[in-house]
Ligand binder design. Structure first.
Ligand code: GDD
Ligand code: MN
Length: 388
């Protein structure tokens, strides 16, 4: 057994990802497995072929959580013919995301990656991802939601759950989730220096979110893939994982002042809200204009301020500079926030006319109810960074 590269690890001791790579290894691809004895061999062999054909130095690292079906043993059996294959068997630990990080912390490559061990991620796409990792690209994501991508045979319910989870992510973490079309993807590559020394601490499945939220990622590229059906075994996703996903989002959301963009974003939002309220008081109270018109003008003041400051300051480094792009972005934000302002005016009038609220109280209630949604959805979606 001694010639088989099988590493046995006890317990869940998160190890840091080091900064230095072995120059001979371009890619370290981690394959997390739990009860995939029936799937792992075909996948590993195919990946080995695809990567050998690509001509880069690589290693495949199966990280198995001591599967009852002894997946680790099957994988270790393959290592006799496949020199670039390594196996880690973790005992007393579990979790897809932590398994991936464990694999990365033992990896040697310049580029770190992950692919499911059940054959649902087509192995050929790894060549596209590798090719996408040019000098400027830090993360390459296989996506179901770009042209040429998709899911093979999902029920309406599963599609809905997947899209719902994504929408929720957008609401809570717009700057992170909004950067890619498929934030749930478990098939991607990341440059080592993005995650080296970073304290990755995900709950559950969504390691990509963790990387995008905590790593310093300037450029993401996406490539299409079709999520295949499982031929053997079953998905480990359960209701527990949806709860885990929520906890993960909340944790990233609360991660204190995660980035400069977030601080600026909150400052601009706060300023816009104050300007909106002051403008309303001034126009309505001092000048006695009618309620709807005053609130409309005040709301527009807030919108213009938001749009201008986000473009020139908050997202200055991220947004593309071309004039056409800028106009498209500004119009997009104006339309989104303008629509929401329309709703706010309707709510305002309803509160005054039907619920007998005083105009000032109604203004504040309507603003409190609708501003957060407007800022989260309208503005941050518009400045989601360019991906290609
Ligand atoms: N080591 C380890 N430990 N591996 C695990 C664990 C674990 O606790 N749980 C799951 N895995 C492995 C599985 O064996 C499989 O190879 C891979 O992780 C994905 O798990 P599945 O249970 O097959 O997930 P899925 O098909 O429902 O979800 C996939 O699609 C999502 C997008 O909708 C995964 O790729 C997710 O990463 C992806 O986000
Ligand atoms: Mn799967």
């Amino acid at each position: 057994m001694s010639d088989v590269p099988l590493l046995e690890l006890a317990g869940d001791q998160p190890a840091p990802i080091g900064p230095t790579a072995d120059p001979a290894v371009r890619l370290s691809l981690v394959i997390p497995t739990y009860d995939e004895a029936a799937n792992v061999a075909a996948l590993v062999r195919r990946l080995h072929e695809v990567l050998t054909a690509s001509g880069v130095g690589f290693e495949l690292i199966v990280v198995d959580d001591d599967s009852p079906d002894r997946t680790w043993e099957v994988a270790a059996g393959l290592a006799r013919d496949l020199p670039n294959l390594r196996i880690i068997r973790r005992t007393g630990a579990s979790g897809l995301a932590t398994a991936v990080i464990c694999g990365w912390s033992h990896a040697r490559g310049e580029v770190l990656g992950v692919i499911d061990g059940d054959g649902q991620h087509p192995p050929e796409v790894v060549a596209d991802l590798l090719e996408a990792m040019d000098a400027r690209t830090e993360v390459a994501v296989a996506s179901r939601h770009v042209d040429g991508g998709g899911v093979s045979d999902w029920s309406a319910i599963r599609r809905l759950l997947s899209r719902g989870a994504q929408a929720l992510g957008l609401l809570l973490l717009p700057g992170t989730v909004g950067r890619v079309t498929d934030p749930m993807s478990g098939y991607f590559l990341v440059r080592r220096d993005v995650v080296a020394g970073v304290d990755l601490d995900p709950v559950g499945y969504k390691i990509l979110l963790e990387v995008l939220a905590r790593g310093e990622v300037r450029r993401v590229t996406e490539r299409p893939y079709v999520f295949l059906e499982r031929s053997e075994g079953e998905s480990k996703v359960s209701a527990r994982h949806y709860v885990g996903y929520l906890r993960h989002l909340m944790r990233l959301r609360l991660h204190p002042l995660r980035s400069r963009a977030l601080v600026r974003y909150l400052l601009v939002t706060g300023l816009a809200v104050v300007a909106d309220a002051v403008a309303f008081l001034w126009i309505f109270d001092r000048h006695g204009w009618n309620l709807t018109r005053s609130a409309a003008i005040a709301g527009e003041v807030g919108i213009l301020l938001t749009v201008a400051l986000h473009d020139l300051w908050t997202f200055a480094g991220r947004a593309t500079r071309g004039a056409v792009d800028r106009i498209r972005r500004l119009l997009g934000a104006q339309v989104a926030l303008g629509l929401l302002l329309g709703v706010r005016l309707a709510v305002l009038n309803a509160l005054v006319n039907w619920f007998d609220l005083g105009p000032l109280a109604a203004f504040l209630v309507a603003m409190a109810a609708l501003t957060p949604a407007g800022h989260l959805l309208g503005s941050r979606l518009t400045w989601r960074s360019a991906t290609s």
